[in-house]
Write a protein of this length. Structure first.
Length: 313
């Protein structure tokens, strides 16, 4: 692991009393059911963003019209339409989302920001959400990636439960210190991007933290669009792409046998991981970072830390 800590010089967070500059990018598709919840949460922030680019990635519902209504009332909110690309699949988890994210980055009018956020269009959060996170960044110059605790509704819809660990920030709402974002080379346009970013940041000496007391609610549970079994298969492929240790992946698959779709889901995850290994599919991180990842995972297994850490994607 690179032991050099991040510099705290030129990129210091703005002192208290001065507004920190942050930009938000939201790749969305067919989010008419939930996006107004996100719009209301964002436009109610005690510290609003300098720019918020919502990328409508070929929606066929009323997503764009809902966004346009809010954009007329808030100068810092912009709708950017991304046209359908011939031959592209309707939904590309991983690559498609990050390609849309970078399309949004290109629309930013001001590149002078201290933080950049990737925010989905199916989340909600409290009015102090980003002000709280900026305070955490200001108090810890080594904090590179942060977010609130991701809560999702139970299968019966009766209650919400925490779905992210303290050392992992849920992909639907991730905030990056700009220097960290640049250190890791941005986001990888591939399945598993929201694990690759964190392992690369950790290897480079940054800290990754989610704050469970700062809740954000994720409404579209992973697997709703593609089906829960396919989602487990994709997680297996993603784990191989990141270089997960096989023992850790097996333990993770066994744990997922306890949640829907139960045994079939865990077996699908494990099978997809080893299928990808046998096919020698591409891996996304350098050998050095993967060695660091595997050493960390083995320490977690040997130390009996197989609880919420197994949620890391």
């Amino acid at each position: 692991m690179n032991e050099q800590r991040p510099s705290t010089g030129a990129e210091q967070v703005t002192p208290p009393g001065h507004a920190a500059k942050y930009a938000v990018i939201s790749p969305v598709r067919n989010e008419a059911q939930y996006i107004e919840l996100t719009l209301k949460a964002m436009t109610s922030q005690t510290l609003p963003p300098n720019e918020w680019i919502i990328v409508d990635d070929c929606s066929t519902d009323e997503t764009a019209q809902i966004v346009e209504k809010y954009a007329r009332e808030h100068a810092w909110l912009k709708l950017a339409r991304r046209e359908r690309r011939e031959g592209k699949a309707d939904r590309q988890r991983g690559k498609g989302v990050i390609d849309a994210f970078y399309f949004g980055v290109q629309q930013l009018a001001d590149a002078d920001y201290q933080f950049i956020i990737k925010l989905d269009g199916d989340v909600s959060f409290e009015p102090n959400y980003f002000e709280y996170l900026i305070e955490q960044f200001a108090s810890n110059p080594c904090l590179g990636i942060a977010g609130g605790g991701m809560y999702e509704r139970s299968a019966d819809g009766a209650h919400w439960s925490l779905k992210s660990a303290g050392d992992h920030v849920g992909g639907p709402a991730k905030m990056y210190r700009r220097t960290c974002f640049e250190d890791i080379g941005g986001l990888m346009p591939a399945l598993g991007w929201d694990g690759v970013d964190e392992w690369q940041a950790l290897y480079a000496g940054w800290e990754v933290r989610s704050f469970a007391e700062l809740k954000f609610y994720h409404y579209r549970v992973m697997g709703n669009a593609t089906g829960p079994l396919k989602a487990k298969i994709e997680q297996g492929y993603g784990a191989h792409a990141m270089g997960y240790h096989p023992f850790y992946l097996i333990a993770r698959g066994i744990r997922h046998m306890l949640t829907p779709p139960y045994i079939a889901g865990g077996l699908a995850m494990i099978g997809a991981y080893f299928q990808a290994a046998l096919q020698r599919r591409e891996q996304l991180m350098s050998a050095e970072v993967m060695r660091y990842l595997r050493r960390t995972q083995l320490r977690q297994l040997l130390g009996g830390l197989m609880g919420k850490r197994m949620l890391r994607y």
